[in-house]
Design a binder for this molecule. Structure first.
Ligand code: KG4
Ligand code: ZN
Length: 331
């Protein structure tokens, strides 16, 4: 089966072609324009998607070496995300499905992040624990099977990605903050500043990042860079505080559920320090993570999961709505 996937939930326009579980082409256009505003401006994002989605689809089909008529179905993100940007992708996808006379499926963006791990390791088997860490979500899931998920823990305030984006702003770095902090942290000492790790001793699997962000704010008030403590040291210490608590809780989730393996998903999963810490804390259990390009928002994960749904006859009616607050169904 050949499926075209379209992602437009936030500020990346992602388009990919997936055939029988393998990605034949994948393109992402990141909207650099938001950098100057220090965050995503929804109206601008919608207009950028409108500009890019058509040429990207043409290019993705070309790189896959197929005509649009060869597609067996269309998959598109239906939520969660920004209402306007979701609408841009969904309207385009519906038009294409209608004109080609092919089925369409509206894909849950969070579920697609989790399933991107099958692109990294096609032999991955259920059940597993997933640490989902993106700009809007920090959650631990027990994944039994497709459409069978149990929420183990979640952030009570900011998401991990949000803590990194806000932290980067406090440190005077650019947007998006996660990759900026990762770059700044290179060569810095992660133990230089002792930032708090909320709930590190608690048995429950929830997170909290707002106190960490506030402590960075207070620290920077009186911070003067010196040989003893550079900006790189502060960035490395802040990154360590975010990533270490994620790794601690992931390993605890494995212990509590008895699952043999864990996966990491979402934009923050692209972070190399997070990957390293998760492997250290969870050993000897296996930790899987997708290629960095399949961690941040992309069309490949939508095409891949869309193909699974369509191949089981689980398509959507053509009038399905966008769902900006969509969640994963919990057991
Ligand atoms: O999954 P994603 O691309 O979009 C959402 O669904 O939210 O995640 C975006 C988040 C942003 O907060 C960004 O700062 C973070 O992922 N991020 C990273 C890295 N790359 C992206 N955080 C840490 N290290 C990275 N290399
Ligand atoms: Zn995402």
């Amino acid at each position: 089966m050949i499926v075209l996937g379209i992602e437009s939930s936030c500020d990346e326009t992602g388009v990919a072609v997936c055939q029988d579980g393998r990605i034949r082409s994948a393109l992402v256009s990141s909207q650099e324009i938001h950098r100057r505003y220090g965050g995503v401006v929804p109206e601008i994002a919608s207009r950028e998607h409108e500009k890019w989605v058509n040429p990207l689809v043409d290019q993705a089909l070309k790189e896959a070496g197929i005509e649009a008529e060869a597609l067996d179905g269309i998959a598109v993100t239906r939520g969660p995300g920004l209402a306007g940007t979701l609408l841009t992708g969904v309207c385009f996808a519906k038009g294409l499905a209608l004109s080609l006379g092919r089925p369409i499926v509206g894909v849950n963006h969070i579920e697609a992040h989790i399933f991107a791990n099958f692109l990294a390791q096609p032999s991955l088997t259920f059940p597993f624990v997933c640490l989902l860490v993106s700009g809007g979500h920090t959650q631990l899931w027990y994944v039994h099977a497709l459409q069978n998920y149990r929420l183990l823990g979640t952030s009570r305030d900011d998401a991990a990605g949000e803590a990194l984006d806000k932290g980067a702003r406090i440190l005077g770095l650019g947007y998006p903050g996660g990759p900026e902090i990762e770059r700044q942290a290179e060569g810095g000492r992660p133990q230089a500043v002792s930032f708090p790790r909320a709930f590190s001793q608690a048995d429950h699997l929830d997170f909290s990042f707002s106190g960490l962000k506030t402590s960075l704010l207070y620290f920077m008030d009186s911070f003067r860079p010196s040989a003893n403590c550079t900006l790189r040291d502060v960035a490395a210490s802040y990154q360590e505080a975010v990533m270490e608590i994620l790794a601690v809780k992931l390993s605890r989730a494995l212990e509590q559920t008895g699952a043999a393996r864990a996966v990491i998903a979402g934009g923050v999963a692209a972070n190399r320090r997070l990957r390293q810490l998760c492997q250290e804390y969870c050993a000897p259990r296996e930790v899987i993570f997708p290629d960095a390009r399949y961690c941040t928002d992309n069309g490949a994960m939508i095409a891949y999961l869309g193909e699974i749904y369509l191949s089981r006859g689980l398509g959507s009616d053509l009038d399905f709505p966008v769902q900006p607050n969509l969640r994963l169904p919990t057991q």
